[in-house]
Design a protein around this ligand. Sequence first.
Ligand SMILES: NC(=O)c1ccc[n+]([C@@H]2O[C@H](COP(=O)([O-])OP(=O)(O)OC[C@H]3O[C@@H](n4cnc5c(N)ncnc54)[C@H](OP(=O)(O)O)[C@@H]3O)[C@@H](O)[C@H]2O)c1
Length: 174
Amino acid sequence: MKNILITGGARGLGKELIDVYYTNGYNVFTVVRKQEDSEKLSKEFTSHFTPIVADLVDDNCIDIIKDNLTKSINHLDILINNAGIPGNAYKIADVTSTEMKALFDIHCLAIIRTTQATLDLLKNSEKPKIVNITSRLGSLSEMASGEFEGREFSYSYITYFLKRVLSKHNTIYL
Ligand SMILES: NC(=O)c1ccc[n+]([C@@H]2O[C@H](COP(=O)([O-])OP(=O)(O)OC[C@H]3O[C@@H](n4cnc5c(N)ncnc54)[C@H](OP(=O)(O)O)[C@@H]3O)[C@@H](O)[C@H]2O)c1
């Protein structure tokens, strides 16, 4: 059976991805922040599914994820780094360093944490994959072309640029 870990599975795209892989027979793991989301998902996905409660902006999540996975599997085939947050400010005049740091933490540092938590298990897979969900707002060329000018997009979504770079690093590393 193939094993997959999807972060941010409580709602949105993450929950849809759980549904797709679950329906296709994968053994699905997800990371959620809240215990109540873990319980809610377990009622919906009743077998070959394991929610892990952890906050991906906390370094402790590395051990929590690793311990939960190694309890039941010896290889991981796919890691999807989907968890993310939007920023509020649209303009540099309004954005705060607190908001920038929060988006940097979940969009960039968190994928280092999940990769460290799963690397040994990924190496045991015949075809390991790390998929990093980013945003077109992290595209330097689209930003530079002025495509997004005057539109009310989160300023701090630019942190997705580094997530794109880190994605390449992940691919090369494996
Ligand atoms: N929707 C779009 O149009 C769009 C466009 C470009 C990129 N994206 C990116 O695509 C991904 C999915 O988008 P979406 O619309 O499905 O997002 P969403 O509905 O806001 O869901 C994001 C999920 O990530 C989880 N999450 C956030 N911070 C976390 C943390 N520190 N630890 C663990 N989980 C955390 C959230 O948990 P809680 O439920 O506990 O809050 C939530 O379940 C995100 O990374 C988003 O930035 C989305």
